[in-house]
Design a protein around this ligand. Structure first.
Ligand code: BGC
Length: 512
């Protein structure tokens, strides 16, 4: 070999070494970055840990806080609000109600009108119809008059269609109003808004009488109908649950927001100060979205989400559980991963947009059972503007959805058992309950509403699994979680019917 050839060969070998060196360097760096991503996932898993021991601590904390909230106003972050509903409809008690009853349901970005037809004597609900209208975003943060005028207008159009169209008589007896925000009720048909949740923020409304606002708007549109009951969505759901099954003792909503209510003995509601109801019981709206305990597994993502929210320090439980927030927690984790490494190539600007990843999308990613995770690919491309992500990264994203959803579902289970503990149906006889013998094996039904429980099967499975872990197989089979579709609105119409003028005095709600 001539000298020149040797030089060329040496240079080629050096170049090859350099190229392979770069490749090795890249591999090492990419392995390191992947390691960091896995580290983020591990940290998340540890932060979201909900072993049964911890869940039991949450159960105890929930029951203790329920006591504190019942003892005095402001005694707990659980508001434990009076509802003035002291009797729940049952198929039997409503047997005489006949006619068409309406309810209006305001609680998330959709406003609903429900028409419920009761058949009278012996029959049950003959039919119900629901009309849904999206609420324009500016009305959720504007002035109260605009919001209520919008509601009244949509209702007026609905009623006009009804009167002239389908031939249903428009019953002017009473209207149920489901208003799913914390309200300090002063009677079954009146109450003052304490604060907004779930992204609503209409400053001039806080402290106002809710029914007056609606009534004024209805009257101004020429609608001659009296709002006869004001209820939280949990209370409507409990009413429908009880109507179908008298063993229903509590209701839980897991949708955009989350909350629970249950039937409590009035002598346990110390802050009622001796005011008794005819039945000796009253439904209590817990407003459990605001529950807080140091036993809750909180991650830095929860802390940041809370700080950036319009209501920091509030609705802590809700921010770990409900549909408004789960997608946002997942987005924050993915964003952190994409900053720590280049798993999503250049960080897409969409990924930095708060609330861009909505919970139905994480449900869809989580439940994607296609071999190459096509739904995940579609959502990454369509929603987050991230094309072509390798399968191992897509699997990792599914993992994040799993961790966040599992924590939420298991915490709901702990919350439900907390209620059962308070009322002595958890096998332990309640917390300082004085409720007599533990009603361990009584059939106990909890009415469930909200799209997270209804439509997200992994969420449902995790919740049910945790109920068994906490209660034990034997007891858990006596606790039945029943979905009540449209319970919030139908239940309000049922309560309006049982509170309508024509109803027997015996069946109306009275506070002594
Ligand atoms: C509200 C509750 C409501 C729940 C479910 C929460 O944000 O404070 O009143 O019941 O959402 O809609």
């Amino acid at each position: 070999m001539g000298r020149a050839a040797v030089v060329v060969a040496v240079m080629a070998a050096a170049a090859a070494c350099a190229v392979s060196g770069v490749a090795v360097g890249r591999r090492v760096s990419s392995r390191r970055k992947w390691g960091r991503v896995i580290g983020v996932l591990k940290e998340l898993e540890e932060g979201c840990e909900t072993q049964v021991g911890r869940l039991k601590q949450v159960v105890d904390a929930m029951a203790v806080e329920m006591h504190a909230g019942l003892a005095s106003e402001g005694g707990s972050k659980l508001r434990m609000l009076l509802t003035f509903v002291d009797k729940l409809p049952s198929g039997f008690s409503l047997r005489r109600e006949k006619g068409t009853y309406y309810s209006l349901d305001l609680g998330d970005s959709y406003f609903r009108i429900l028409r419920v037809q009761l058949g009278g004597h012996g029959s049950s609900i003959n039919a119900h119809d629901v009309e849904r209208q999206p609420i324009p975003e500016d009305l959720m943060t504007g002035g109260s008059k605009d919001l209520f005028d919008f509601i009244a207008l949509v209702f007026k159009q609905f009623v006009e269609k009804e009167e002239y169209g389908s031939g249903y008589p428009f019953d002017r007896g009473g209207l149920g109003f489901t208003f799913s925000f914390p309200v300090k009720q002063t009677s079954i048909s009146s109450g003052i808004l304490m604060k907004w949740t779930k992204g609503f923020s209409i400053g001039d409304m806080v402290g106002k009488e809710v029914v007056e606002c609606l009534q004024e708007a209805l009257t101004s549109k020429g609608l001659n109908i009296r709002v006869s009951v004001l209820v939280n969505d949990t209370v409507g759901t409990l009413a429908l649950g009880h109507y179908h099954d008298p063993d229903t003792v509590a209701a839980v909503i897991i949708g955009t927001g989350t909350n629970a209510c249950y039937m409590e003995r009035t002598d346990a509601i110390i802050k009622c100060q001796g005011r008794l109801t005819a039945s000796g019981s009253m439904v209590v709206n817990m407003e459990w979205g605001n529950f807080w305990s140091l036993h809750l597994p909180r991650t830095p993502y929860d802390v940041d989400l809370d700080v950036d929210s319009p209501n920091p320090g509030e609705q802590g439980f809700e921010k770990m559980i409900s549909g408004m927030y789960l997608g946002e927690i997942v987005r924050r984790v993915i964003l952190r991963m994409s900053i720590e490494s280049d798993i999503l190539k250049p960080v897409s600007s969409k990924l930095s947009l708060p609330f861009v990843l909505r919970t139905p999308l994480i449900a869809s990613m989580h439940e994607d059972d296609s071999p190459d995770l096509t739904k995940v690919t579609r959502i990454l491309r369509g929603t987050l503007d991230v094309p072509d992500v390798p399968i191992k990264v897509r699997k990792l994203l599914v993992n994040i959805c799993d961790v966040v959803t599992r924590r939420a579902a298991r915490l709901v289970a702990a919350g439900i058992v907390g209620i059962l503990k308070k009322i002595g149906r958890d096998g332990g006889g309640g917390v300082a309950s004085g409720r007599g013998k533990p009603k361990t094996k009584m059939r106990t039904v909890v009415a469930m509403e909200g799209d997270l429980y209804r439509d997200y099967s992994m969420f449902r499975e995790y919740l049910n699994e945790a109920m068994i872990e906490i209660l034990g197989e034997d007891l858990a089979q006596h606790v039945i979680l029943k979905v009540m579709e449209d319970g919030s609105g139908i239940g309000a119409a049922l309560l309006a019917a049982s509170n309508s003028a024509g109803h027997d005095a015996d069946d109306t709600l009275q506070l002594a």
